[in-house]
Design a protein around this ligand. Structure first.
Ligand SMILES: *[C@@H]1O[C@H](CO)[C@@H](O)[C@H](O)[C@H]1NC(C)=O
Ligand SMILES: *[C@@H]1O[C@H](CO)[C@@H](O)[C@H](O)[C@H]1NC(C)=O
Length: 252
């Protein structure tokens, strides 16, 4: 082999391994060890793509990573990109008139952020406590996810009817409405919560049944935004589904 080429290849290899060491040192920040950061970033990809399937708590070694992800700029940035994809799809559509063009939004970790609650329970490293979470819901103080609030308003400007479809129960209607208003949401077409007959259904079944009902009522479901695969899967599906990040919990 040409000596200069060999020298060049050796140099390139040395530089690239040096730079990857540097990147790994810089990325973790905030006291997350490099090897945990690398593992947990891969774990998060597996969770978001649904390769991981069901999981009940985040890995203990990933608490620091999820804290950094949620409270740093990354969660907001990832959500902004999802919302930008959604609005560019919405703008590409030629819509019929008459209020039949619908977009479905989930509520928790989609329109509202329960991060203030999850901070207190290790970002999903503790087993979910429904009693404690319901107390938090009743406070009606969850802030908006900024990217979703902007998408919500932009879709309304384009003339979409917004349907809010949540796994929360009918008993939480008042606190949910109060919280949505507190967070800046207005003029939704419907807010659908689980009735007594929906309790015990998986989210996929419950939400698919509701989408079928909306279609039977004449709505065309163009988009669906949710942080859970169970918000988006099942028949009928929206023309496009938009998965927001959520590395804190998984709902079947
Ligand atoms: C769940 O939360 C409730 C209300 O905050 C609390 O009384 C209860 O002890 C918690 N249960 C567990 C297993 O931590
Ligand atoms: C919700 O609020 C209405 C009045 O705005 C009230 O009549 C109703 O009882 C409340 N429901 C619950 C479950 O608190």
């Amino acid at each position: 082999m040409d000596h200069y080429l060999l020298l060049f290849l050796l140099l390139a290899a040395a530089l690239s391994s040096a730079s990857s060491r540097i990147i790994l040192r810089i990325l973790p920040g905030a006291g997350v060890p490099s090897e945990d950061y690398l593992y947990c970033d891969s774990w998060r990809l597996s969770v978001e793509t649904n390769n991981a399937g069901f999981w009940d708590t985040i890995p203990a070694r990933c608490v620091g990573f999820v804290d950094l992800y949620m409270n740093g700029d990354r969660y907001d940035s990832d959500s902004q990109v999802v919302a930008a994809d959604a609005i560019s799809f919405a703008r590409s559509l030629r819509l019929a008139g008459g209020g039949v063009n619908a977009w479905i939004f989930d509520v928790d970790e989609t329109l509202l952020s329960n991060l203030p609650y999850y901070k207190g329970v290790g970002f999903g490293s503790e087993i979910f406590n429904e009693t404690a979470f319901d107390e938090w819901v009743d406070l009606a103080q969850a802030p908006a996810l900024p990217a979703s609030l902007k998408l919500y308003k932009d879709l309304q400007q384009l003339g979409f009817s917004l349907i809010l479809l949540t796994g929360r129960s009918e008993a939480q209607r008042n606190s949910t409405e109060k919280n949505l208003l507190f967070a800046g949401y207005r003029n939704w077409e419907r807010l659908i919560l689980r009735e007594a007959s929906d309790i015990g259904k998986s989210a996929v079944i419950y939400k698919s049944e509701k989408r079928a009902q909306f279609e039977a009522q004449g709505f065309r479901i163009y988009g669906n935004s949710g942080d859970q695969w169970s918000d988006l899967l099942g028949a009928p599906v929206a023309k496009r589904s938009f998965k927001l990040p959520n590395p804190m919990y998984y709902i079947l």
